[in-house]
Write a protein that binds this ligand. Sequence first.
Ligand code: PLP
Length: 471
Amino acid sequence: MHPVLQQDLTQLPLILERTRQWSEDFLSSLSERSVCPPMASQQVNNDDRLLAEDGDGALAALEHFWHHYADGISASAGPRYFGFVTGGGTPAALAADWLVSVIDQNSLLSHDTVAAAIELATVEQLKSLLGLPAAFNGSFVSGATMANFTGLAIGRQWLGLQRGIDVAEQGVAALGPIRVLSANPHSSSVKALSMLGIGREALKIVGTLPNAEAIDVDALARCLAEQPDMPTLVLASAGTVNTVAYDNLPQLLALRERYPFWLHVDAAFGGVAACSPEFASLLEGWQQADSITVDAHKWLNVPYDSAIQFTRHLALQMQVFQNHSSYLEAPTLRPDNYLHLTPENSRRFRALPLWMALKAYGRSGMRDMVERNVKLARQLGAELAASEGFRLLAPVNLNVVCFALEGVNGDALAARDGFLERLDQQGVVRCTPTLFDGQAGIRAALVNWMTQEQDITLALNSLRACRQEAG
Ligand SMILES: *Cc1c(COP(=O)(O)O)cnc(C)c1O
């Protein structure tokens, strides 16, 4: 054995202990740490770009990383990171995620580990948490992007099936053009269309209801009526990133009766609201969808990278993702046969953090995270609406506040960007830019389990201070 590997083998307990200590220090600093460290601290030293001939050993390497780069790490896992849609990791999920690396199982049906069985049990519990029926199967993928990709891939296979074509075998060209209809697709679904050979140009944007992000179902009906026989995927939103708008799924289902299409529901974070009786009705109808995307690393608060794709069409899923090799088991249709159901072959034991979180906090713990985030988002929205220099761009539906600067003279985009730059410099709260209704907007998305009332106060203080500086 290489002498440094040998040394590290001997020092493993110490290496783990130091890692634990750094982890503890980091986590306890989360509340004070900047949500956006200065650009200068986000650079890699020249020396660290080069491959070493002889290594330093794990302790020295860890020390080096921590010493040089700790200042370049954002408190994105902390309670006031409202940028994008960024979850944190609950203690149970975090501990499980550590263990996933420690035990390093390959989560496929290899008959030598419990990993696949736990993944299946996690999917079943998530269905129970979110009110999804037994007809759905699910599997873990790296994020909502891959969940959208997987759902749309199964949809593509289904479109072929309706026309006697096996797209997985014959290729998408055998089917010809596919039409994708959506009012507000997440950009990751558009990327998926490119990866799937369907093409980004296949997407036709359907109008939204007035002053809203939800689909105008009448406009969709007109589109469908124009070309009733065209192979069609409908991409519904259950929680848009700007205003958490939900498409009216029962109305889409009624249309599906008349025009057979594949209904994919992107519920990356909005789907998690179904765990609260207060919000479950927003998801009404998703039980009948063909495929569904739910992220775990957003509102379910497990560390990156983790999401679940659900579908009612397991056999079609296996047609797409089956994997044949003399040294691997042949595909058999069962819900935990992940090698033959997901884009990856080897797979991290990605389900364990969510399994652990559900075990540790149960239904009521998950509901608390969701309901607390919504309550605090609404509070933040109300305070901003009442503050000089701000206005809401949309009512706070759920857990995202979409707002703008009020009373700006001149270039609204430049004023917004300058404001966000000052906010980042303060580092107390992270919000990220958007365009809403053609206007320069700012988003605050609350999905972190730690966020509490005092964080809203701190965030408001920083937002107001940065607004005043603009004059
Ligand atoms: C975040 C998000 C995605 C993409 O998810 P990743 O986990 O980043 O791959 C897709 N759809 C919606 C609605 C999202 O919020």
